[in-house]
Design a protein around this ligand. Structure first.
Ligand SMILES: *Cc1c(COP(=O)(O)O)cnc(C)c1O
Length: 362
């Protein structure tokens, strides 16, 4: 392609693999001889159902989803699942446990409070969410309807590197910003959900994986679109599904498969993030706010401690083709989000840029 592409370090929506974009481009006016775009098809048509079913099968295989789980492709983003989780599960005992390790977990907590009584199992607010609580720090209620946590804190740049042991209490986990970047033992979870626009697809589809025995307990006033049992019954097609985003998800999953599967996604994420962390650890100008054992493999946050210098870095990086590297407006500094589609070369070139910036500003 003639068009120059930038290294996009956006936290989301984020980079998609070039091969996927080109494939979608080549099929945009007529999908595989159908004479129509996926954007124009009936979601009930045979041709779309074949896309839908293959995408679901590919997701199940790549993410190793056991048979006693359902996979849903919904709308409303991860944020709608903040409400869906309590509305579907809180009826069990009327209370739930939440671990608060960042702003997205905090948003989920605010939703849950509307539907039951919530216990804060742990919070890292006291250190600006720069760390992850250990298992022994979690206050767990054996009678909780579920335990909730956010696996990767997109804004703060921290990540849980273990799955909490909650006994028989089902775990609900927001994996929006690290899904498909490492192998997950799905059998440890009650619900996993992820807005697709970080690691999986363009915005518009939300993946939900739920253990079958948890279905059917929603509050009676739950809107049908939030009732996960109703969504399962109609195979994500109670109403019009996000057809285009599901098709794009399918192309991304094929790309993951062709590129060594989830195991290789993990090797790549470890390599990319360690290139930047090593660079920052060796820098006299910059530092990482996240504690070493809690660092995210997807969102690398760093800062100089001088707002003006950070601004200068962000502007010069943008000029040099490293775009969207400013930290979230709530925390400032820099954030290099490197999801599955970010080439290793993107991390290497960014590290070179950081070093040259440091030389020029020593
Ligand atoms: C981006 C993000 C969200 C919000 O996702 P939407 O799909 O925009 O609702 C929630 N949780 C995490 C961890 C995220 O990274």
């Amino acid at each position: 392609m003639a068009t120059k592409r930038v290294y996009n370090f956006s936290a989301g929506p984020s980079m998609l693999p070039l091969e996927v974009l080109e494939k979608a481009g080549s099929e945009i006016t007529s999908y595989r001889g159908s004479g129509q775009s996926v954007m124009e098809m009936s979601h009930r048509s045979k041709v779309f159902l074949s896309i839908f079913n293959k995408t679901k099968e590919d997701f199940a295989r790549l993410f190793a989803v056991p048979d006693d789980y359902e996979i849903l492709f919904l709308q409303g983003g991860a944020t709608l699942e903040f409400a869906a989780a309590p509305m579907n599960l809180m009826t069990r005992t009327g209370k739930a446990d939440y671990a608060i390790t960042g702003s997205f977990a905090d948003k989920a907590l605010k939703e849950a409070k509307k539907y039951g009584s919530v216990n804060i199992s742990a919070t890292t607010a006291g250190c600006n969410h720069t760390r992850i609580p250990s298992q022994s720090e979690l206050t767990l209620d054996p009678d909780a309807s579920y335990f909730y946590y956010c696996a990767n804190n997109t804004i703060e740049g921290t990540e849980w590197h273990y799955i909490p042991d909650t006994g028989r209490v089902p775990i609900v986990c927001d994996m929006s910003s690290n899904i498909m970047s490492y192998p997950v033992d799905v059998s440890k979870f009650g619900i996993i959900f992820a807005g697709a626009q970080k690691n999986l697809a363009p915005a518009g589809v939300t993946v939900v994986v739920i253990r079958k025995d948890l279905l059917g307990a929603a509050f009676p006033y739950t809107p049908v679109m939030l009732d996960l049992a109703a969504m399962v019954k109609d195979d994500s097609m109670h109403n019009t599904p996000p057809c285009w985003a599901i098709y794009m998800l399918g192309l991304v999953l094929e790309w993951v498969e062709e590129n060594g599967g989830v195991a290789n996604m993990e090797a790549n994420r470890n390599l990319r993030s360690s290139i930047i962390y090593d660079c920052i650890d060796n820098s006299k100008l910059f530092r990482c706010p996240a504690q070493k054992d809690a660092r995210s493999g997807m969102n690398v946050t760093f800062l100089s401690g001088n707002d003006e210098l950070d601004k200068k870095f962000i502007a010069e990086a943008q000029e040099a083709g490293f775009v969207n590297i400013g930290g979230h407006r709530s925390v400032g500094g820099m954030r290099a989000s490197m999801y599955n589609a970010m080439p290793i070369e993107g991390a290497e070139k960014l590290a070179d840029f950081i070093k040259s910036f440091e030389k020029r500003n020593a």
